[in-house]
Design a protein around this ligand. Sequence first.
Ligand code: BDR
Ligand code: CA
Length: 349
Amino acid sequence: MQSILMDVDTGIDDALALVYLLSRPEVRIQAITCTAGNVGARQVALNNLALLELCGRSGVEVAIGAEAPLKIPLVTTEETHGPQGIGYAELPPPAQAISERHAVDVWVETVRAHPGEITGLITGPMTNFALALRREPELPRLLRGLVIMGGCFNYQGNTTPTAEWNVSVDPHAAQEVFAAYSGLPSDKLPVVCALETTERIELRPEHLQRLAEAAGAAGPELVLPEQPEGQRSASDNPLVACLADAIRFYMEFHRLYDQGYVAHMHDAFAAAAAIGRTPFQTRTATVHVETQSPRLFGTTVADFRGLWNEPPNARIVTSNDPAQCFDELIASVGSLARALPASGHRVYP
Ligand code: BDR
Ligand code: CA
């Protein structure tokens, strides 16, 4: 079994990351903690609970932590991920309640209870984890490993010309996290999945068609650029319908920013990387997060050559295999979807 502790800001690609991990029989999700980012933290938690229920899972703790970044006001991005963070998907209110524990308590208590066993996966701003590190500075040594989706290195940002979203929401938290890893043995350094490799995980309409086939859905799943914006899935498979409705929104967003009718599945790649089911290579580096310069606020800089004479604090992913990653995501999520009861053919006006 692989034990994963997730911190997310669900989020369309976070949603795919979660569903993918739920589809893996060898993965135990210890808990899911929620950070404000794509949408507010409470909405993130409701999304995670609703997705768990959609996938037929109960008993996974979902906890809220920081509802704002460490030092700056919160910005959210409903423009990117939809009014509730899951695009056009609408899920019923979850029956399971949000945990009464604070996310920081969840991190510290869970990792202390299972030293050397837990892999952390952070696919949102690093606020909760930075706060957890303040409480328990030994977390980097107590964790089995840490995988982060965040930053961009020698590559344009998606929030400012040089900054990536998760880091730019809370750059001070990201800086604290990288500082906490300075000088640790390289197998303990966080694996950083940054935009230059996660933007290669480009989901296209044919991937959704393949997912519906893998799920054994009754009809083809057609999410196409010529269709009216906001059209909803008619799939009889509730998981396929949810993902198609979420991802259609994300594709429309990417098209709006001249990236084509595609959707970058940053967080799903990070999830597959965290459990070793998609190949990637890394290079150690010293990462600095800029928090002073107004124009460069949230920019991540990597010193790969030791020019700063500071010890490494990260392993940055330098190559990955998008085709394999999609094969893995589709096969695994497809088989989970296939096992769910059909919801009947949905008809939208
Ligand atoms: C990251 O920002 C969020 O919008 C996505 O969920 C992903 O985690 C990509 O920059
Ligand atoms: Ca995210």
